[in-house]
Design a protein around this ligand. Sequence first.
Ligand code: 5MY
Ligand code: ADP
Length: 303
Amino acid sequence: MLKVPDHQVAGHKAGNGKLGPLVDDSGHFYKPLQGDERGSNEVSFYASFSSNTRIPGHIRRFFPNFYGTQLVEASDGSGLQPHLVLQDLTLGRVNPSIMDIKIGSRTWPPQATKDYISKCLKKDRESSSIPLGFRFSGLQIYESRELGFWKPGKRSIKCLSADEVKLILRKFVSSHASEEMDSKPDCTFASVVYGGSAGILAQLLELKAWFEDQTIYHFYSCSVLMTYEKELISNGKSPNAEIKLVDFAHVVEGKGVIDHNFLGGLCSLIKFISEILTTPDECTTESSSEDFRKNRISEDGAP
Ligand SMILES: O=P(O)(O)O[C@@H]1[C@@H](OP(=O)(O)O)[C@H](OP(=O)(O)O)[C@H](O)[C@H](OP(=O)(O)O)[C@H]1OP(=O)(O)O
Ligand SMILES: Nc1ncnc2c1ncn2[C@@H]1O[C@H](COP(=O)(O)OP(=O)(O)O)[C@@H](O)[C@H]1O
């Protein structure tokens, strides 16, 4: 039995007659193939990546497992449609906090049409992609049983200054993320989620080392998905912090050249996260939280 995923934070979503991914209860994530070349491109990438013997095992673990394609009943009621069958990255996770971070200051591949380039360039210019080398595509932060998740609106998290980005990255690992905590995220979980030998920073550095060398693929418009479970920490366990790469609709051949667009964005993200670990007590400025609050109010349409 297929259903709409509980924890999808970005991208095209199923529901209300729209086409989007579905999951089953045995750990598969069914992503509909977009009708144009994006769908076939993503299938080609997964097929190539799965069979490429030059990909080291410790890097392969940063990608969802690929189980081919399958015709399944699409979420928009259009009948049987081809879907990528992927590993469901949220399987078994309880109340996961998740961030989808689109990496690279440029999100369009070289062979894109003029129209597509101008559409992407507009989004890249208006968001943090060009100045910072990455942008948030979507996120959810678990607060508590009473408060549930904090899920800021899509627009409010894309066009952020460096200080606002720091604020979000701090909120992600804080005990409270909601409005009243805007100016002082406590970063309580920074050391166990971002830090440590198996934490997010260590994983990002491992990925970066591969990107410093690999010239097989260029990953335009691809995201790092960061996930952990806050409640595990309260129960004295490891937070199960993990990074995975998702969205390969715009991956192209590297042709022997470093993917400097992705690598640059990754380095920038790493720098932000390292700084949180070295200065966890540093408070973001009152003005950045006020700016973020204003953005959110204008998006929600109500104070
Ligand atoms: O459809 P839109 O306008 O919402 O744009 C999608 C983007 O949403 P956005 O509006 O930027 O939040 C969407 O961005 P997010 O992943 O949601 O950040 C994708 O860029 C998507 O492109 P593709 O599936 O990777 O080719 C984008 O899809 P296309 O417009 O390229 O079909
Ligand atoms: N394999 C997966 N398992 C679980 N969730 C996923 C998986 N792939 C993507 N997602 C969720 O779906 C969102 C959008 O994925 P993405 O591949 O970027 O779709 P789109 O091409 O529509 O932008 C991600 O932010 C994440 O929340």
